[in-house]
Ligand binder design. Structure first.
Ligand code: ADP
Length: 328
């Protein structure tokens, strides 16, 4: 969390506590004054009773009864009122806090996205200009074309993530699910990554019969996002292991790396929209904080779930769990 949002959260907390204390004090004051008023009324009614009245004891008891009832009523009303205030205050505080954090993350996202869009465009332009102006030998040409293609694919992945987020959020994404062999699909994605990142070691294993009922494009996006992250957040000389296995009636897609790992306190948060560990100044890796959010959304849309655990000795393992699809 950056200093600016921390400051605003502290201000929010102070304002919140002052208001809550003020409202609570007003409520207590209201109770005391009503209680005193009730006592004064009871005293007045008692003083109006004549000592010689044959029904003195009955009347006095009725007055005392009335006093007790009123007190109970004030306590009841006051407690409900207090409870409502507390519930409302917690709700408002949490909503405002969430709003502030989201606003900050959105700002970070805009900064990240501008950077993410500009870099591939600049690299592509420079490479194409070089190819156009200079007579390069075949290997140099291939190298430049390779880099340009990689940047174009990164841009494509980024656009897919942004478009899909917008579609999923507006409910415009009409799913076209079909029976898919997850093992085959993940294997194709791994092949693609091996081509794009020839220097990286990506292992792959798949069990037989790993059918899931899902949408092909979304499944590819899920696998791609997980492999992309594993490559991005682990050293270049460490392998990334992708596997698709079966466990009872479930199909598990696992992407494991030996990188920096995810500390326990961040394990849930990294699936939030725009969430990225650390802050914009200290972060070195490129990203938008949309990848895992999309993975979580995709899994929810496929009756599955995704989680992250620690890899040993270092790194993390992302596991997406699907129901095995049988009837096809
Ligand atoms: P992005 O990678 O664009 O920042 P993601 O939603 O894909 O966004 O990931 C959110 C955050 O989770 C990342 O910023 C990173 O801090 C953390 N993360 C994701 N994958 C890994 C991984 N394999 N190892 C360590 N940290 C990871």
């Amino acid at each position: 969390m950056d200093a600016n949002i921390k400051k605003r959260l502290i201000t929010l907390s102070i304002v919140y506590w002052v208001l809550l204390l003020y409202i609570t004090a007003a409520l207590v004051w209201w109770f005391i004054s009503l209680y005193n008023q009730n006592a004064a009324m009871t005293d007045l009614k008692m003083s109006e009773l004549r000592a010689g009245d044959p029904s003195y004891t009955i009347k006095a008891a009725a007055i005392q009864d009335g006093k007790k009832r009123k007190t109970a009523q004030y306590i009841g009303e006051g407690s409900i009122f207090f409870l409502l205030i507390i519930v409302g205050a917690v709700f408002v505080f949490r909503a405002t806090r969430r709003q502030l954090i989201l606003a900050q993350q959105q700002k970070n996202f805009m900064m990240a996205i501008t950077h993410e869009l500009k870099t591939p465009i600049a690299v592509t332009r420079l490479n194409l200009e070089t190819l156009q102006k200079r007579k390069l030998d075949e290997s140099q040409q291939q190298r430049l074309i390779g880099i340009t293609l990689q940047e174009a694919e990164r841009l494509n992945d980024l656009c897919n993530n942004i478009l899909l987020t917008a579609q999923l959020e507006s409910g415009a994404n009409r799913t076209m699910k079909e029976y898919l062999e997850l093992g085959t699909l993940a294997g194709d994605c791994v092949q693609d990554f091996r081509r794009r990142f020839a220097s990286r070691q990506i292992t792959f294993e798949a069990a037989e019969e790993t059918a899931v009922f899902g949408e092909q494009l979304l499944m590819q996006l899920l696998v791609n996002n997980l492999i992309e992250n594993a490559l991005k957040y682990s050293p270049k000389d460490k392998p990334v292991n992708v596997s698709v296995t079966r466990h009872n009636n479930q199909v598990l897609l696992q992407v494991a790396d030996e990188g920096i790992g995810v500390v326990d306190s961040e394990k849930e948060k990294i699936f939030d929209k725009f969430y990225r560990i650390g802050n914009e100044k200290t972060r070195t890796s490129k990203g938008t904080g949309l990848g895992l959010y999309l993975c979580k959304k995709i899994m929810a849309g496929h009756d599955g779930h995704i989680n992250v655990s620690d890899n040993h000795p270092t790194g993390s393992v992302f596991t997406a769990t699907f129901k095995l699809a049988g009837n096809h």
